[in-house]
Design a protein around this ligand. Structure first.
Ligand code: ZN
Length: 319
């Protein structure tokens, strides 16, 4: 925790349309998604995860991602990205005009070996063709490492395991990397130890942090990242998005909660908080159930200017 240098400005990537909605029962229409994405760029979001190019059978919630990309307004200066799993994903990105894709690997050695019979680093080595295809088409490509802070299947995820995955990404030509806490196990002092170490070991990497609020530490972990000089964070409107391993647990960190913290702490985001809150309310209307957003429940601190309640003493009692 020695090299803390608090960031004065940060970039938020809004992931509601992908990470948030991929586990929801309600499937949003193409028009609803386009309305949301256009409102996001208007509110000042500079990076938006629009969806994923997975099998529509496996993730029906994301089946219309291609149509959203084709019909949404592309505001200059805004990066619209999508999650992919393989070369087919790159093909779909090319076909619909998506200019930024993201790969993912789990840092859980146990999970990776059980499901793919490979270590995480070996999985990343297999992304080479994908990266080449994307780059040849002029599409930016980044990589994410889920379970980077802890996994339900491994006693511990060592920093050396995470480093070996980072090195595997660098080897296939990916130098924008997200450390993701999909299991919701990260804690602030861990973030403050890991971030400076990774930044120092790999200065060529553009880092993102992706926290889930499974155990209520999402905003604290983001603040720990900010204190460590990291400047790019994912979050999701209203905190939409389940934790796949803890039924009923809170999902992602709510974007409006992060923006409110930044607003109060004078950390620049370039995003209009009131517009973001309005979009968040719209998302909640679409999914038909309440979420774990503090700001949607309590409102902004600055809006709370109440009249001091007066003690009502009856005139007669005074005598
Ligand atoms: Zn996530």
């Amino acid at each position: 925790m020695s090299e803390n240098k608090m960031a004065k400005a940060i970039t938020i990537c809004e992931v509601c349309l992908r990470d948030g909605l991929q586990n929801e029962k309600t499937i949003l229409t193409t028009e609803e998604k386009i309305d949301l994405v256009n409102k996001m760029s208007d509110a000042g979001f500079k990076v938006i995860e629009v969806g994923s190019f997975m099998s529509p059978k496996a993730v029906p919630q994301m089946a219309n991602t291609d149509d959203v990309f084709k019909a949404m307004n592309k505001k200059p200066g805004v990066q619209y990205r999508a999650l992919i799993a393989n070369e087919r994903g790159v093909d779909r990105a090319i076909a619909c005009g998506c200019e930024k894709v993201k790969l993912n690997v789990s840092a859980s050695v146990a999970h990776n070996i059980a499901n793919l019979n490979m270590t995480p680093a070996e999985s990343v080595a297999g992304f080479g063709a994908c990266v080449e295809k994307a780059k040849a088409a002029g599409i930016g490509i980044s990589g994410s490492i889920s379970m980077a802070f802890g996994s339900p299947w491994d006693k511990e995820i060592s920093i050396d395991t995470v480093k070996s995955i980072v090195e595997a990404y660098l080897k296939v030509g990916v130098d924008e990397i997200s450390l993701s806490d999909a299991s919701g196990m990260a804690y602030p002092t861990q973030v403050m130890e890991m971030c400076p170490e990774m930044a120092k070991a790999y200065p060529e990497v553009t880092w993102w942090l992706h926290f889930h609020n499974t155990r209520g530490l999402g905003v604290a972990n983001i603040f720990a990242g900010i204190m460590s000089g990291f400047t790019r964070f994912d979050s999701s409107f209203a905190g939409v998005g389940g934790c796949p391993f803890v039924p009923g647990a809170a999902g992602n960190v709510a974007t409006e909660d992060v923006l409110h913290m930044c607003d109060e702490s004078h950390i620049e985001t370039g995003i209009d908080l009131d517009k973001a809150i309005a979009i968040s309310r719209q998302v909640v209307q679409y999914i038909h159930h309440p979420t774990d957003s503090y700001i949607l429940r309590a409102g902004k601190a600055k809006d709370l200017i109440l009249e001091v309640p007066k003690k009502r003493v009856k005139h007669e009692e005074k005598k």
